[in-house]
Design a protein around this ligand. Structure first.
Ligand SMILES: C[S@@+](CC[C@H](N)C(=O)[O-])C[C@H]1O[C@@H](n2cnc3c(N)ncnc32)[C@H](O)[C@@H]1O
Length: 349
């Protein structure tokens, strides 16, 4: 095993596929308190009026397209995860949880519809599939568990500090500095987990739209649980979306900033993910990520695939992360490192 991981809380004796992914010393603590700067962007609808339902009521039937009681049809920020054509949205306008929840989305190219399920909008390729189930690698599946999702902000993430993560407040500050050139734009927090940073981005008022996106249904449910009693976020410009980072539901060049906190090592294919991030960013758009580093070892190159395949997470070295960003077409790479923690940023040319 790589020497650089010795201090990582993720390094556990192998028992079974799941046990070995659980951090060594999960302990319970309350979630962080957050400051409330004034909202620069706000929305009109209030979400409480629709809680309790389990799926969106709006379906896009052909005859309903021109006879909407709730609002008109419009081309949306979201795109079809199958063909990347912008989705047509029907329902109340506004970029906030209540409005998205009450809207239906349709791809007219694929003739496929998408709607909200349990608070989040499901924009995975398999949304709506009846018989087909797809399972990702354990490092992705682990976070779909209700228990892990529940524990994540209640002790699990605090463990990261032992590997050099400075903590959510400081990591947020660092990310905000990198995002200065895209203030006022659309920010996607990919692999948002329970929304630790999405909530901070939304509260900051620095972005016109914030998308909290994750593959885990239970992480998104936790995210909603954290925000449901906070009117300042419920009525803000934050929406929850289920999607795969390797198939992002946005048109090419439509996004100003992408954040991915503590996520790259969990992705099934970092190269597909970073290529996707590059695709959705507009020219000048900024990508900011954090992850655990693998400290360079003297392992010969031909042995690396074997070692990598026995590891639960995909830890990269600093050089590999820079190379990954560059080979996916991003420029102006920069990073800061503290023990195994790295925060890096790169830009779309
Ligand atoms: C360690 S958590 C990070 C959560 C949060 N961003 C943070 O900074 O604490 C990693 C997240 O990556 C998500 N993830 C794993 N595979 C994914 C995929 N293929 N697409 C999108 N998200 C994925 C998991 O569901 C999990 O919520």
């Amino acid at each position: 095993m790589a020497a650089g991981l010795a201090s990582s809380p993720w390094m556990i004796g192998v028992q079974d596929h799941y046990n070995c992914l659980v951090p060594k010393y999960p302990f319970l603590s309350s979630s962080n308190s957050q400051s409330r700067p004034p909202q620069r962007f706000s929305s009109a609808l209030h979400f409480r009026q629709i809680t309790g339902a389990t799926s969106s009521a709006v379906a896009l039937e052909p005859e309903a397209r021109t006879q909407s009681k709730e609002g008109s049809e419009e081309v949306d920020l979201f795109a079809c995860p199958v063909c990347y054509e912008p989705l047509i949205r029907k329902g109340p306008s506004g970029f906030n949880l209540p409005a998205i929840y009450r809207s239906g989305f349709q791809c007219r190219t694929c003739n496929k519809t998408y709607s909200s399920k349990n608070i989040y909008l499901d924009l995975t390729v398999t949304a709506g599939s009846k018989d087909y189930n797809e399972f990702k690698p354990a490092r992705t599946e682990l976070f779909r568990s209700p228990l892990v999702s529940f524990l994540y902000e209640r002790g699990w993430r605090q463990n990261f500090n032992r590997s050099g993560f400075p903590g959510p407040d400081e990591e947020f500050k660092m990310a905000q500095e990198y995002f200065q050139p895209v203030e006022g734009g659309v920010l996607v927090d990919v692999s948002c987990g329970s929304g630790l940073f999405s909530r901070k981005f939304a509260k900051s008022g620095a972005y016109s739209k914030v998308v909290a996106l994750d593959f885990s249904e239970n992480m998104l449910r936790q995210c909603y649980d954290f925000i449901k009693n906070d009117d300042s976020i419920l009525n803000s410009n934050l929406v929850l979306v289920r999607a795969d980072v390797s198939r992002l539901p946005f048109s090419s060049g439509s996004i100003d900033g992408v954040h991915a906190g503590a996520a790259l090592h969990c992705w099934p294919s970092p190269s597909n993910a970073v290529a996707e991030i590059n695709r959705i960013l507009r020219s000048g758009g900024v990508f900011v990520g954090t992850t655990f580093l693998r400290v360079s070892s003297s392992t010969p190159a031909f042995m690396r695939p074997l070692i990598q395949s026995t590891q639960n997470y995909n830890y990269l070295t600093e050089e590999e992360i820079k190379d990954l960003c560059t080979s996916c077409g991003l420029i102006n790479y920069t990073s800061k490192v503290q023990q195994s923690f790295i925060i890096f940023s790169a830009q779309k040319p």
